[in-house]
Design a protein around this ligand. Structure first.
Ligand SMILES: *[C@@H]1O[C@H](CO)[C@@H](O)[C@H](O)[C@H]1NC(C)=O
Ligand SMILES: *[C@@H]1O[C@H](CO)[C@@H](O)[C@H](O)[C@H]1NC(C)=O
Ligand SMILES: *[C@@H]1O[C@H](CO)[C@@H](O)[C@H](O)[C@H]1NC(C)=O
Ligand SMILES: *[C@@H]1O[C@H](CO)[C@@H](O)[C@H](O)[C@H]1NC(C)=O
Ligand SMILES: *[C@@H]1O[C@H](CO)[C@@H](O)[C@H](O)[C@H]1NC(C)=O
Length: 277
């Protein structure tokens, strides 16, 4: 009896961490909801209502385990514990009107965000919202991603192109220039392979080396103007094509897989991959 009980407890202790450490989820925002898609079970759960119809980016603090996102309609950045059953939203910092992009630097305990209308700013504060610092102004900065190791920030200027700039703003470089009609709403970086990915307004998913060379089309879609989320994880790209959540191999030219059909346009995604942290 004693031995059997010990065996069961041991099995329980081994199995639970193994299962949860391998689970991968895609979080997305659509129609005043933050949703969680489980890549193993292919099921969707509504996590919370963000209190803003517009959430154009999410990012994660891997150290303290919080999802951060800007609320376009209410001019602030909020966070919630994840994974956790406590989904209380906490306001981190007030922003200028219409914040769109966010990136978390867990290593240095900072968040960065961009405001693509009005003030056109790139700002930073500590993870708790303290020490708000205006870093610079840029033309229509819409997306921000960070390469913390190599100290580059990658920024989408919505109607202009993709640029990178140093954390201290001293050095800037345009990686690609686009035509005004080809507005970009999403971009991600792949630090493993030193590449950058983005969707152009015509629905093409493009990849380039992180110096702007070797431009390749990964796929051409018919969802031009409605590609609002893109994330690299492992060998895949996860993205939003209007109301669909999809994945495609990073290597051109592959066939995308539809993961989920939502009833509203998906406006940001985040891939939570515990084995890829
Ligand atoms: C739930 O989360 C909120 C915000 O992160 C925190 O202030 C609160 O203490 C948490 N509640 C519990 C019961 O852990
Ligand atoms: C606040 O930000 C300034 C400017 O970037 C920096 O020099 C300073 O160390 C920061 N202070 C704290 C307490 O984070
Ligand atoms: C993009 O345009 C800027 C400003 O006109 C120019 O300096 C830069 O060389 C261009 N970059 C590329 C990659 O075409
Ligand atoms: C999504 O909808 C398309 C039709 O628009 C259908 O072919 C596909 O099977 C659906 N996929 C999922 C995962 O529901
Ligand atoms: C998670 O990350 C690991 C390691 O980078 C990778 O092999 C795996 O494919 C990723 N999983 C997903 C679902 O992206």
């Amino acid at each position: 009896m004693g031995v059997r009980l010990w065996f069961c407890m041991c099995l329980f202790a081994l199995c639970v961490p193994l299962v949860s450490s391998l689970s991968s989820k895609v979080l997305y925002s659509a129609n005043n909801a933050i949703m969680e898609f489980d890549l193993d079970t292919r099921t969707v759960t509504k996590l919370l209502e963000p209190g803003s119809n517009r959430v154009f980016a999410m990012d994660y603090d891997y150290k303290h385990r919080f999802i951060y996102f800007p609320r376009y309609d209410t001019n602030d950045i909020v966070r919630f514990a994840y994974p956790s059953s406590n989904r209380t939203l906490q306001t981190v910092v007030q922003t200028d009107p219409f914040p769109s992009g966010i990136a978390v630097d867990s290593t240095n305990e900072h968040i960065y965000w961009v405001v693509p209308a009005g003030t056109n700013t790139l700002s930073r504060c500590n993870l708790d919202g303290s020490n708000l610092t205006l870093l610079t102004t840029l033309s229509v900065p819409y997306v921000v991603r960070l390469d913390v190791t190599n100290r580059w920030m990658y920024i989408v200027k919505a109607y202009i192109g993709v640029m990178k700039l140093r954390f201290d703003i001293a050095e800037q470089q345009m990686l690609v220039n686009i035509t005004t009609s080809a507005i970009i709403h999403c971009m991600d970086i792949d630090t493993d392979e030193s590449r950058v990915y983005w969707f152009e307004g015509n629905g093409e998913l493009i990849s380039a080396k992180d110096d702007g060379s070797d431009i390749k089309t990964i796929i051409s879609t018919n969802t031009g103007g409605n590609n609002f989320g893109l994330r690299v994880s492992g060998s895949y790209l996860y993205y939003a094509g209007n109301k669909q959540l999809l994945m495609v191999n990073k290597t051109p030219v592959s066939t995308p897989t539809v993961l989920y059909n939502d009833t509203s346009r998906i406006e940001s995604i985040f891939v939570f991959n515990q084995s890829g942290m």
